[in-house]
Design a protein around this ligand. Structure first.
Ligand SMILES: *Cc1c(COP(=O)(O)O)cnc(C)c1O
Length: 496
């Protein structure tokens, strides 16, 4: 199966080319030319499989130029018991009869980004080898926190690859910063950017689309690539866990094969929920996709009004990985819902860049409403939900997951729809321990990061995830900070 760009339907490349390139030259995102299907017999078969076997079932439908052996090697290097704590990889925790928490944070950096970023390096090096590329790959990442640590961890010491992560000075948690700045590996570099996530992402996009720079790097046998959720090699592995959760719910007797479920996702860049939409298009019986935002509620407005408007106040919240005003993966959704109208998508994206806003056609608006429900939770609702979820169910959620639970609670109240819902839990509560403890009513004053971890574990009878516990012993390796206009200089300096 081939891939084209959301902004150019004349492009036709293989999945390994799409993964190696990351982003299309004209700024579009790579998309498969058609969506493969999974029948209900296929799903029944997958019920009896392990996570890694389920991953093979899904990925082989999209990455058709990989051999089965290549795919198996990538999958088994990524999803190990050592890295994810057990062979379940992404367990489902039942909260009550309609809410099922899909825990996507058992990987090395304790957030859902590991689900994709542990496998991406293997997909990428396999792609590069298949294509016979003899250049060094330079990965640039703009991160709102979790991507950076997960990407740096996934790519550490992978031969032929260098990785540089930029994070906003204001807007990542202390644990996230420590995870990035202590990351080992001779091929990794980290710098803070004076600005917010969108500034960092805009800076990275500008480097990617700089033709002169591309040439300069090529002459030095280097190419740029992206590990952001725009890369197809990151998005496709995220489709797997929705199928896997559905299978697990069949195994535990919560649903029968064919029963509809809803999926609720705490959303930032729209990658995670888009993967769920792909799962729906492939045949997973999903009724509604519930898109949960924090106070940066651009997507809630898009879904209810059809207007995307990034020209608004930006809020730093306790769910920083969702503090985003430009959700890049929306572009893939618009491409699909416009019946692959690349000219229309290009127009929207140009309007967004030039005016900060665009309005989708009434047809696209109604198609969005057919599949998606959008809602948001402000800081108060988020904290209240952390407290209430613990009081009612004895389960501690992080602020990102709490946003999703809050929006789902409101959804049920408004619609009366009690369909079993898979709620994506995107981070361990330990990763955002300060906000979690405060929401639960514990005193945090004067405690450092590690005392906070201890307190959360002790007061709520939980285990500190091993990778976070280990941070204490690690040396800080980078304290770099740069202006948003100097990001290219930082890249150059590291590559010298
Ligand atoms: C990245 C992230 C999100 C947002 O996911 P998107 O795919 O960008 O929508 C939500 N929660 C956490 C903890 C994250 O790291």
């Amino acid at each position: 199966m081939n891939y084209r760009s959301t902004r150019n339907d004349e492009i036709s490349i293989t999945s390994s080319e799409a993964i190696a390139k990351g982003l299309s030259a004209e700024g579009g995102l790579f998309v498969p030319v058609h969506i493969p299907s999974v029948s209900s017999a296929d799903i029944e078969r997958m019920v009896g499989m392990s996570y890694t076997e389920r991953a093979l079932e899904i990925l082989r439908r999209f990455l058709t130029d990989f051999t089965e052996d290549e795919l198996r090697a990538c999958i088994s290097a990524a999803y190990t018991k050592e890295k994810f704590g057990s062979d379940t990889i992404a367990p489902v925790h039942k909260l009550n009869d309609s809410q099922y928490i899909l825990e996507l944070w058992h990987g090395p950096t304790c957030a859902f980004k590991d689900m994709a970023l542990q496998i991406l390096p293997h997909l990428l090096t396999t792609s590069i080898k298949k294509l016979g590329i003899d250049r060094e790959t330079v990965i640039l990442v703009a991160t709102s926190g979790d991507t950076g640590s997960a990407a740096l961890n996934g790519f550490q010491n992978i031969p032929g690859i260098k990785i540089i992560a930029f994070y906003p000075v204001e807007g990542v948690s202390k644990i996230q910063r420590l995870q990035m700045c202590t990351q080992e590996g001779s091929n990794v570099f980290v710098s803070a950017v004076k600005g917010n996530f969108d500034d960092a992402q805009t800076g990275v996009k500008a480097i990617f689309t700089d033709k002169g720079y591309e040439k300069e790097l090529l002459s030095k046998k280097k190419t740029l690539s992206s590990a952001n959720s725009m890369n197809w090699g990151r998005l496709s592995p995220q489709i797997v866990y929705y199928f896997s959760a559905y299978c697990d719910m069949i195994t535990s007797g919560e649903i029968a094969c064919g029963d509809p479920v809803n999926i609720c996702v705490p959303t930032g860049n729209f990658g995670n929920i888009l993967a769920a939409y792909y799962a729906k298009c492939m045949g997973l019986p999903i009724r509604k996709l519930i898109c949960a935002s924090n106070k940066n509620n651009v997507l809630t407005d898009l879904i209810s009004t059809g207007v995307y408007d990034r020209d608004r106040a930006f809020y730093v919240t306790t769910s920083p990985s969702m503090d985003i005003l430009i959700s890049s993966n929306i572009e893939r959704l618009l491409y699909m819902l416009s019946d692959e109208d690349t000219a229309l998508v290009t127009g929207y994206m140009e309007a967004l860049k030039e005016t900060g806003t665009y309005t989708v056609s009434s047809r696209i608006k109604s198609r969005i409403a057919e599949h998606f429900f959008g809602g948001f939770a402000d800081e108060e609702a988020c904290a209240e939900t952390i407290r209430e979820t613990y009081q009612r169910f004895g389960y501690v959620v992080d602020p990102h997951t709490a946003v999703a639970v809050a929006v789902h609670n409101a959804y049920v109240e408004n619609t009366g729809d009690r369909t079993e819902t898979i709620i994506a839990s995107t981070a361990s509560p330990f990763k955002f321990n300060g906000a979690v403890l405060e929401a639960l009513g514990s005193k945090t004053e004067g405690l450092d990061e590690f005392e906070l971890l201890e307190k959360l574990a002790k007061d709520y009878d939980l285990q500190i995830p091993t990778p976070l516990k280990a941070l204490k012993e690690k040396a800080v390796r980078s304290e770099a900070v740069c202006d948003k206009d100097d990001m290219k200089k930082v890249v150059d300096a590291f590559l010298k």
